[in-house]
Design a protein around this ligand. Structure first.
Ligand SMILES: [Zn+2]
Length: 331
């Protein structure tokens, strides 16, 4: 009988104690708190205070540099926005840049192996070293401008823009032409609830607002043929170029040119236009694009931010103007 009690006791050990030794506290937490393992990782990932440095890929040298986070932002703000802009606009830019950087870190994309972000404004966001930045400013402005940038970053230290408690994909551009764009019209996909089309007054006061591109009819045909080999156009026909649809932000969505139909974004890329908000005029020898705004038009407009700051808005109000339903939070 005693023997059976011993066997029973051993059996109990196998059933209860051995699994405990093989179960890590981590997985016990999963079961107890009923949280998916991926969410546990997400919670840890979103502890923003852990990100003290940014690994930046310098596109020109293909080298990765690890820079203290706030110091990195001095280089971004001074590369992305004129230092002559209003302080509140520069502060909004600092918060946007901090948010965009965190979004990139957390997203952990494999785009730039070993780096969080690159210094190309066309790909991630621009960055310039202090030395190169100072060299580009007039000597008498160097101290004033650099201190202004540093103060704008420091005065917003730790502030980021969140939607549902996560950093937003804080797109920005130079000049919206008065109305910002929703991302689906630029890159496709499903969009983001906080990136809506909004209007800003005063953007026409900036040099980035309007531009013109003129090409010869031959060059025009040749450029489109590179992408559409079957392209044909008869410039004598009245409707040889016709805008068929506009986007929510008033940019060209689709345009019929000769026998092909292009998106406004494609025409922008083909002819190097500053935005997809354009008119086309055919003259005797040339084709002219009259363009409004500068950039993709999604998120914060930098000249719009400056215009709003001139109207007395602070950086938080500027952020709430361009990003719908967001919060400005401390990390
Ligand atoms: Zn990049």
């Amino acid at each position: 009988m005693k023997k059976y009690i011993i066997y029973f006791f051993i059996f109990l050990c196998i059933c209860f104690f051995i699994p405990i030794f093989f179960t890590s506290p981590f997985s016990i937490k999963e079961v107890n708190s009923n949280i998916e393992p991926s969410n546990i990782i997400t919670e840890a990932t979103y502890d923003y205070k852990q990100y003290k440095t940014v690994k930046v890929l310098h596109k020109s040298t293909n080298k990765i540099e690890e820079i203290p986070f706030e110091e990195y932002l001095y280089g971004v703000v001074s590369a992305e926005m004129p230092a002559s802009f209003e302080k509140e606009a520069l502060k909004a830019q600092a918060v946007v840049a901090r948010t965009y950087t965190l979004y990139k870190i957390v997203q952990n994309s494999s785009k730039h192996k070993g780096a969080n972000i690159c210094d190309d404004s066309g790909c991630c966001q621009a960055w310039i070293s202090k030395e190169n930045r100072l060299a580009k400013w007039k000597e008498e402005k160097r101290d004033e401008y650099w201190n202004k940038i540093v103060n704008c970053v420091n005065e917003t230290q730790g502030k980021i823009i969140t939607y549902e408690n996560k950093p937003i994909n804080a797109f920005f551009h130079s000049n919206s032409g008065g109305t910002t764009e929703i991302p689906i019209n630029v890159w496709g996909g499903s969009g983001y609830p906080y990136l809506q089309s909004v209007q800003t007054s005063g953007e026409d006061a900036y040099s980035q607002y309007s531009s013109k591109v003129t090409v010869t009819k031959e060059k025009f045909e040749e450029t489109i043929k590179k992408e559409h080999s079957n392209f044909k156009i008869d410039f004598n026909k009245k409707d040889c170029i016709k805008i068929k649809e506009y986007t929510e932000g008033g940019r060209v969505k689709t345009i019929a040119i000769g026998n092909v139909e292009l998106s406004g974004v494609e025409v922008r890329t083909l002819f190097g236009l500053k935005s997809a908000n354009f008119k086309i005029t055919v003259e005797s020898k040339n084709v002219t694009f009259e363009v409004i705004g500068y950039g993709h038009g999604v998120g914060m407009s930098q000249t719009g931010a400056d215009s709003l700051a001139k109207q007395g808005k602070n950086y938080e109000e500027i952020i709430h103007h361009f990003y719908t339903g967001v919060e400005v939070k401390d990390i």
